[in-house]
Design a protein. Structure first.
Length: 552
């Protein structure tokens, strides 16, 4: 491996770097987020930025986009030094950033969010008709929703695609992507990569932050690694192995990422049994999990997997039954006994106004009391034990959630789920936005939970994750289980093939489509207006009838 310092280059081009950062340092109170970091990205280059959660990646890119002012260091854009870089100045220069959590207004429509973020000039370059121009913007990232859809009704993946569309629409000279593929299915990832390659081919520079080494090899020419807020080197992707990259990232050699799978107990009775469960976006789903098993849910994003998990956790209404150890559990009881780890941690997984301790202990307070009062000593001890087990990096237990990186926030969600001592553990994209070291810890803990007899159900868009973690994988298509893989058949290739070839009957697909269309109308801006118009007509009609009866 030929590691060079971040001020050197392994790129053959002699072009002036699009972005050069030298000696960047940034402290938050007494915590050094960045210490003397240098970084550059060339025109036409896709440059990966790697590091554990809290390593300083997002802080460095916030400096590059003007959102954070460095304490020390200099920034050059296309050879010219930039003083006091602000988000407005960055936008004028052609710097666009797509954050890990989309910056969207949920109560507004897709079209309204685009109008707020994309200038009329950029839209006019697409088409003189604003609607056609916005549809062109969305087609760049293969967004399949409607311009009039309210953002709050979009899936996590659709929100990320919308955020990507806004960035691409500005034709940036520098595009910063922070974990852009975390919620996307494999086909969407490939389409995104095609769009990134086209942008780079036109001369734009791209900084790509990710925790997935396979993506680095597919999209990036160079890699820079940060660890503990310091630059650990820049290297050509083709000249470094995954093991060497991991050692640079975590500072040590990692053991196997996935824990060994147990030998299946033939004839063992299922601990979890789901029978003919039907709800919003899924129909007649039946499956089981034996003791020690982790069952995976695979499928193209948006086929109803998320709705199924929420129903199993008792969060959404559904018909059918969920049994644990042969006993049927009501929806109300499910909400108390199932630990649900959502993919969208900021919206569903965390209470951002509470601190780290409060978020972690929230679902286990009944076990931390002395009499009717929560014991602070017990609470702190329990929370510290869980957070230490997952190596959560936080300034203190009393720190606000906003002080933690995205990956550390996700680990708080995991810690809270385990602290509640659940009867069932349901996880939707459990390692989304989590670094490679923490992923190994989460996988180990999920396996330990399963071996203790707690049924574990995991939905993931990462087929390699499903292969390494799950004992059986259920293939989901249009709200139904259409295939099951078990044992040696649980492979990345087999899961991908099953996803792409999955089919359901035309009748069931049409029924699901009609249900979605009805739900979409009920949640649109038009439905309240229609209700108001009908009520107005009834009132007017009643008034006229009363007047006619009175002879006036």
């Amino acid at each position: 491996m030929n590691v060079v310092t971040t001020t050197e280059t392994v790129h053959s081009s002699t072009a002036t770097p699009t972005l050069s950062m030298h000696g960047i340092s940034k402290n938050f109170d007494a915590v050094a987020a960045l210490s003397d970091v240098s970084f550059e990205v060339l025109p036409g280059e896709v440059h990966a930025l790697l590091g554990e959660n809290g390593a300083g990646k997002s802080t460095l890119m916030n400096v590059a986009s003007g959102a954070t002012q460095p304490d020390l260091g200099s920034i050059l854009f296309e050879g010219a030094e930039i003083d006091d870089l602000t988000p407005t100045r960055a936008q004028e220069l052609g710097i666009a950033i797509v954050h890990q959590h989309p910056a969207l207004l949920p109560d507004m429509t897709v079209a309204e969010n685009i109008r707020l973020s994309v200038t009329r000039e950029h839209l006019d370059r697409r088409d003189s008709d604003p609607k056609l121009a916005m549809q062109s913007v969305l087609s760049d990232v293969h967004f399949t929703g409607d311009l009039e859809d309210r953002v709050s009704s979009l899936s996590v993946a659709q929100r990320h695609l919308l955020e990507l569309a806004k960035a691409f629409a500005a034709s940036p000279r520098l595009l910063i992507l922070d974990e852009p593929t975390a919620p996307l299915s494999q086909d969407s990832v490939e389409l995104l990569f095609d769009a990134v390659r086209r942008l780079a081919a036109d001369g734009a520079a791209v900084v790509y932050i990710t925790h997935r080494l396979a993506e680095v090899r597919e999209i990036a020419g160079r890699v820079t690694v940060l660890r503990d807020g310091k630059g650990r080197g820049t290297v050509a992707t083709e000249s470094v192995t995954d093991a060497e990259l991991l050692a640079m990232i975590v500072g040590r050699t990692l053991e196997a990422t996935f824990p060994p799978k147990p030998t299946p107990e033939l004839g063992a009775e299922p601990v979890l049994r789901v029978e003919e469960l039907s709800g919003q976006r899924f129909q007649d789903v039946s499956f089981f999990a034996r003791r020690g098993e982790i069952v995976g849910i695979a499928g193209i994003v948006g086929n109803g997997q998320r709705s199924l998990l929420r129903a199993v956790a008792g969060l959404d209404k559904a018909s059918g039954s969920v049994e644990v150890d042969g006993k049927s559990i009501s929806r109300r009881a499910l909400r108390r006994s199932v630990a649900f780890m959502p993919a969208d941690r900021l919206t569903e997984g965390l209470m951002v106004d509470l601190n780290v301790r409060e978020n972690t202990a929230l679902t286990a307070l009944d076990r931390l009391t002395i009499g009717p009062v929560v014991s602070r000593r017990r609470e702190v001890a329990a929370v510290e034990a869980e957070l230490t087990g997952l190596a959560v990096r936080a300034p203190s237990l009393e720190a606000p959630m906003s002080a933690l990186s995205g990956g550390n926030q996700q680990k708080v969600v995991v810690s809270r789920s385990l602290l509640s001592r659940p009867a069932i553990l349901v996880a939707d994209e459990p390692t989304q936005g989590v670094d490679v070291g923490a992923r190994a810890e989460i996988y180990r803990i999920l396996r330990e939970v399963a071996e203790q007899g707690v049924p574990v159900v995991v939905a993931s868009s990462d087929t390699l994750e499903l292969e390494g973690l799950c004992d059986r994988v259920l293939i989901f298509a249009r709200g139904r289980i259409v295939n099951e893989l078990g044992g040696e058949a649980v492979t990345d290739a087999a899961i991908t093939e099953a996803n792409l070839t999955a089919t359901v009957s035309r009748a069931s697909a049409a029924t699901a489509s009609r249900r979605r269309s009805g739900y979409k109308f009920l949640s649109s801006d038009h439905f309240p207006a229609l209700v108001l118009a009908v009520l107005t007509a009834i009132i007017i009609g009643g008034t006229q009838a009363e007047c006619a009866a009175c002879g006036t």
